[in-house]
Each structure stands twice: as structure tokens, then as C-alpha cells.
Design a binder for this molecule. Structure first.
Ligand code: FAD
Length: 393
């Protein structure tokens, strides 16, 4: 005999927990199933263990999606202020790190505990270590065969996340379910992920591993100004993670190594002030010394700066402001913070996250083709989409 609920939520991550507690608060009988041994594993590891739980500057412009308008409705109805109010109600201390990014003072565990407490107070039945074997649809709604027996419900919420960090429980289950019910999928790829270099490009950077410098990373019309970190296999750091979501193999990727500076004006001023200094010494004023040295070993001629005429200085300036970075790929889902692409928003209502063709079926969070920038935007999408569905189930 199947146990029956009003709502079954598949996936106990950020979106699933928010949806479950919202539906529970509305008096719905909710079962949340999570196949890992605990809920909220990604929340726990997020933000270096302190969970960058939202961004006060969240706007639809901070998201990538084939339909950039899709996220507007849910984001407008559950805002960062709404989540902050819950955090404050639970007495969780937090701070702004930079650019509107809010982090817990202590630990991400507090955010998971808050969500679980809210679920308990709302009567949500949370089953961890429970995997869903199959889903079918009949007269009474959805029937699920799970490792803890059969369950049925008129509403089914798919909150199973994307493919990033498989070791944390990520599966393609949500995508399979979407296809089973006739939804289109947009191609998925790793986002917010370090880029790899290969061959001579890697060799030129490999021994600089550990160096960090501010850059403006540019791909097409998108650019991000923040730090870049040289790693053993390539490059990472916030500027690179951000641009990685916009970059695809073969795309032109440029770095402004003197962000916010007019490089030519700066070089001319240096030439006037210290004509006998070699270029590598001059560059080491603005860049890490070893990086400046490497630029002058591989890409730029090193001689006293007075020996550069203006066209030559202009060439130096353009290399500094549009340094071509030849990435070979990304580190992939193993280290990616998010998965781009996923369930096509065309088949889903933007206000309720309900399937347009299968009444009672909902898709929320990262499984949907909505991906945020680095900086708390992905959790804000999870909260907002989870809340929208939780209000509708
Ligand atoms: P998830 O959190 O991935 O949850 C999906 C859940 O479904 C998982 O618990 C999974 O085990 C479960 N599941 C999967 N398949 C099944 C199945 N078949 N049956 C049952 N359960 C299943 N975003 C931010 O905004 N701020 C940050 O600080 C931040 N830091 C991050 C750090 C790291 C290392 C990573 C990887 C991501 C980070 N993110 C951050 C992104 C953020 O974690 C995700 O965008 C967010 O967790 C997505 O929420 P979700 O609920 O859709 O998916």
C-alpha cells in the first residue's frame, strides 16, 4: 500500500528544503526524499564552510539562461531580504564580505540546521538515504517506487540539482525525469569552474602556481574584474570562475592585467620618471614580480624603457590590456560549482515552476536552465524557485 502525501520533493538541497518548508507551512503534507545520508551537503561545503547564502544586489542580470527573463518572477517574489529575515529570526550572525555577498560568521551548518528546523516545524517528513527507483503517473497523481517503499502524491517537485560535484550526490536523475515527462533539455556544461591550460601554454604558467593578481577577464561582451589565481593545471580565482560560465572551447578569452588603468598612459609616465629601468622592473611595480618577469621572457622584449618608441609602447600596452589566454578546457563537473543548461524553461511556468504540459510536476533550483554568477546568486535562485513552487503545490 503506497503512503500518500500532498507533495513529494526529490532532492534535499537548497531548493528542495525551501520548497518543502514553504509547502509545509501552507498545511501541505510533504515528503522530502534525499538519496545522500544527509540533506544540504552542498550548503555545508559552500562559501568555504561559511555559505555565501545570498547577494543583496541580486538581479536577473546575474543569471545565465536561454531565456534571461524566466528568473524574474520568482526572484521578485522571494528576495534576498526575505531570506535574510529568516536567517535573523534564527539568530544566525552574518556579514557582508564584498559586493553584496553575505556569509555566515560561523558555519554553513547553521543554514542547514535552520532549514531543517523550519521543515520540522512545518511537519515535513524528511527521508535521507532514500533513492527513487521509478516515477509513473496515474489517476491519483504520481507514483514513486523508492528504497523505503511506494509513495504517491498529486504534486512532484524535482529538486535534484545539476551534475557538479558527483562525490556530493549529484546525479542526472532530474534530467532523466524531465525527459520521461516530455521536457526538452538544453546541453549541460560545467560552470564557475577553473580553466585548464595545456602544452606550451601550461608550461609558461606552471611554475607561477600560487600567484594571484587582479585582472579583468573578458569573453565576448562579458567581463569580470576580480582576482585570478595561477594553479598547477591552469587558472582559477573569482575572475576566472565567473568568466568560465561564459567561455566555451575555442572562444577568445582576454585578460586586462592592469584593470582600471590606461596602460599606455601609465607606461609613458614610467618612461618619463625612470627611463633607465628595464621593462620587467617597471611592470613589477604593477604586477607580481615573477609574473612580470615571465611576460618579459615570453611575450615582451626586455630592455630599458627609454628604448621603446611610442608604437612599441602601444604594443606593450595592448598586450597588457588584452592578454590572450589560450585555455584548453575546464576542470569539469568534478570541481565546478554549478551546471549550466538543464531543463528548458520553455516548458515551465516562470511564476510557479510548474510544468506546462504535466500538471503537478515542478522543477526548481539548479536542474533548471538558470545559473547564477559567483557570489550568492545560485542560492538565491534556489530559495526563490523553491519558494515559488512551495507556494503553488
Ligand atoms: P543541490 O544543492 O545540488 O541539491 C540537490 C540534492 O538532490 C542533493 O542533495 C542530491 O544529493 C539530491 N539528489 C540528486 N539526485 C537524487 C535522487 N535521484 N534522489 C534523491 N535525491 C537526489 N552557491 C551560492 O550561491 N553560494 C555559495 O557560497 C556557493 N558555494 C558553492 C560551493 C561549492 C563547492 C559548490 C559545488 C557549489 C556552490 N554553490 C554556491 C552553488 C550552490 O551550491 C548550488 O547552486 C545549489 O546548491 C543548488 O541547489 P539545488 O537544491 O538545486 O541543488
Amino acid at each position: 500500500m503506497a503512503r500518500s502525501f500532498d507533495v513529494v520533493v526529490i532532492g534535499g538541497g537548497a531548493a528542495g528544503l525551501m520548497c518543502a518548508l514553504t509547502a509545509g507551512q501552507r498545511g501541505r503534507r510533504v515528503l522530502l526524499v534525499e538519496h545522500a545520508n544527509r540533506v544540504g551537503k552542498k550548503i555545508l561545503m559552500s562559501g568555504g564552510g561559511r555559505c555565501n547564502f545570498t547577494n543583496t544586489g541580486t538581479s536577473p542580470a546575474n543569471y545565465l539562461s536561454a531565456n534571461p527573463h524566466f528568473c524574474k518572477s520568482a526572484l521578485a517574489r522571494y528576495t534576498p531580504a526575505d531570506f535574510i529575515a529568516m536567517v535573523e529570526r534564527h539568530g544566525i550572525a552574518y556579514h557582508e564580505k564584498e559586493l553584496g555577498q553575505l556569509f555566515c560568521d560561523e558555519s554553513s551548518k547553521l543554514i542547514v540546521r535552520m532549514l531543517v528546523d523550519e521543515c520540522s516545524a512545518a511537519g515535513v517528513d524528511i527521508q535521507t538515504g532514500c533513492s527513487v527507483e521509478s516515477v509513473s503517473q496515474g489517476d491519483g497523481g504520481f507514483q514513486l517506487r523508492t528504497s523505503i517503499g511506494s509513495v504517491s502524491s498529486p504534486s512532484l517537485v524535482v529538486a535534484s540539482g545539476g551534475l557538479s560535484i558527483p562525490s556530493m550526490g549529484a546525479t542526472g536523475f532530474g534530467y532523466q525525469l524531465a525527459q520521461q515527462f516530455g521536457h526538452q533539455l538544453l546541453p549541460t556544461r560545467a560552470g564557475l569552474v577553473p580553466l585548464t591550460l595545456s602544452g606550451k601554454h601550461q608550461q609558461r604558467f606552471a611554475d607561477l602556481s600560487g600567484l594571484s593578481l587582479p585582472v579583468q577577464a573578458r569573453c565576448g561582451k562579458q567581463s569580470f574584474r576580480n582576482f585570478m589565481l595561477v594553479t598547477h593545471r591552469g587558472i582559477s580565482g573569482p575572475a576566472i570562475l565567473q568568466i568560465s560560465s561564459y567561455w566555451q572551447a575555442g572562444d577568445d578569452l582576454r585578460l586586462d592585467l592592469l584593470p582600471g588603468e590606461d596602460a599606455l598612459a601609465w607606461l609613458l609616465e614610467q618612461q618619463r620618471q625612470r627611463p633607465a629601468a628595464e621593462l620587467k622592473t617597471v611592470l613589477a611595480e604593477a604586477l607580481p614580480k615573477r609574473f612580470a618577469q615571465r611576460l618579459c621572457e615570453v611575450w615582451l622584449p626586455n630592455r630599458p624603457i627609454r628604448q621603446f618608441n611610442q608604437p612599441q609602447l602601444r604594443e606593450v600596452a595592448s598586450l597588457l590590456q588584452a592578454f590572450p589566454l589560450v585555455a584548453s578546457g575546464t576542470e569539469g563537473y568534478r570541481t565546478a560549482e554549478v551546471t549550466l543548461g538543464g531543463v528548458d524553461t520553455d516548458g515551465i511556468s516562470s511564476s510557479t515552476l510548474q510544468s506546462k504540459n504535466v500538471p503537478g510536476l515542478f522543477f526548481i533550483g539548479e536542474v533548471v536552465d538558470v545559473t547564477g554568477w559567483l557570489g550568492g546568486y545560485n542560492f538565491q535562485w534556489a530559495w526563490a524557485s523553491g519558494h515559488a513552487a512551495g507556494q503553488a503545490v
